[in-house]
Design a protein around this ligand. Structure first.
Ligand code: 3HC
Length: 307
């Protein structure tokens, strides 16, 4: 059955090589997923060789872990390792059919990256952005061919979370959209089509929850009480564990993007970094004791409430 909003899959471009821009943790997780599921050459690049090497080391280690767990046999593990290549030379994107970026969350940076890559890749190759809340249309505004750009938003941890938000702009072609749906399916993910609106759907919901949870603490309710209040919802993680998982800087960026776009509806991130600090203290405390504040948590909490 065709996913809602997906064009005919016959329009999809066959993907024989994947390019990933960036070699950070998110990009490396993409590379691992793409090589495992598509079993085609995957290229990662970054600004310098040490970043590239770090990304490659992560991918090699993760393949090793899968092998140790018996999820991959030795031959397959070696084949996958050989399919992943890392370089600082962007000209190697030339024969990629599908290039996804996972670089810094700033429109100008993403525009510049795509501007360079568009000069290198085939005229009909597809570009995808993993932006978590920026406007996909704006990211593509400087492209000669903005029809080829589609939003392709993964969730942490990439290997496990079953959803991808596919984002269509007014320009996105049916070929780009169809390729995105076919690739998402090949990656074993459920894809949903969302409008190009701040936070798409998932981060819009999460920013609401995180913003309100943080607010409750700033207003004086202890963090553990706020956490307990989430239990009846049966969610796998509390808002504070989620902030830790995605990293407070990323969480704060999403939060502030939403607050800027809809100031009447969303709180800004304010002291998310303090919450992250606080969560860490509570996590440590949990390991030893079931309830109560550690001295460290009390200290951080006072700071968070006081400012
Ligand atoms: N990386 C890779 N794999 C991981 C992982 C990680 N960080 N954490 C857990 N896993 C894997 C485990 O290896 C295990 O795989 P296996 O069954 O094949 O061995 C599987 O996930 C389940 O792990 P566990 O049994 O240890 O852990 P849990 O049952 O506690 O589940 C969880 C862990 C899946 C992370 C679960 O807590 C969860 O679903 N949390 C919510 C995550 C979420 O909401 N993410 C969205 C964040 S928002 C976002 O990313 C948007 C961005 O734009 C900011």
């Amino acid at each position: 059955k065709r996913p809602v909003g997906a064009p005919d899959k016959a329009l999809a471009r066959t993907v024989t090589k994947v390019g990933i821009v960036g070699a950070g943790l998110m990009a490396s997780q993409f590379a691992l997923l793409f090589v495992r599921k598509l079993q085609v050459p995957v290229l990662i690049t970054d600004l310098d060789q040490s970043r590239v090497d770090k990304g490659l080391a992560y991918i090699n280690d993760e393949i090793g872990t899968l092998e140790a767990k018996g999820r991959l046999d030795g031959d397959t593990a070696n084949r996958l390792r050989a399919l992943v290549r890392g370089t600082t030379d962007k000209s190697e994107y030339a024969d990629c059919d599908f290039v996804i970026e996972a670089v810094f969350e700033e429109v100008g940076v993403k525009q510049q990256v795509f501007g360079e890559i568009e000069q290198i890749i085939a005229e009909d190759a597809i570009l995808a952005t993993n932006t978590s809340s920026l406007s996909v249309e704006e990211i593509g505004a400087k492209l000669a061919n903005p029809e080829r750009l589609v939003g392709f938003h993964f969730f942490n941890p990439v290997a496990v979370m079953p959803l991808i938000e596919i984002v269509k702009t007014a320009d996105t072609s049916d070929a780009a959209l169809s390729t995105a749906f076919v690739v998402a399916r090949a990656l074993g993910k459920n894809a949903v089509l969302t409008a190009d609106a701040p936070g798409f759907v998932v981060n819009r919901l999460l920013a609401k929850v995180m913003g309100e949870a943080a607010r409750a603490i700033y207003e004086g309710t202890p963090l553990l009480t706020v956490e307990k209040a989430f239990q009846p919802l049966g969610l796998p993680m509390t808002p504070f564990q989620l902030i830790d998982l995605v990293g407070w800087k990323v969480a704060a960026h999403v939060q502030d993007t939403m607050a800027t776009a809809f100031p009447a509806r969303f709180y800004a991130s304010e002291n998310f970094h303090r919450l992250a600090e606080l969560t860490e203290v509570v996590e440590k405390d949990r390991a030893g004791r079931v309830t109560g504040w550690s001295k460290g948590a009390e200290k951080v909490l006072k700071g968070a409430v006081g400012s």
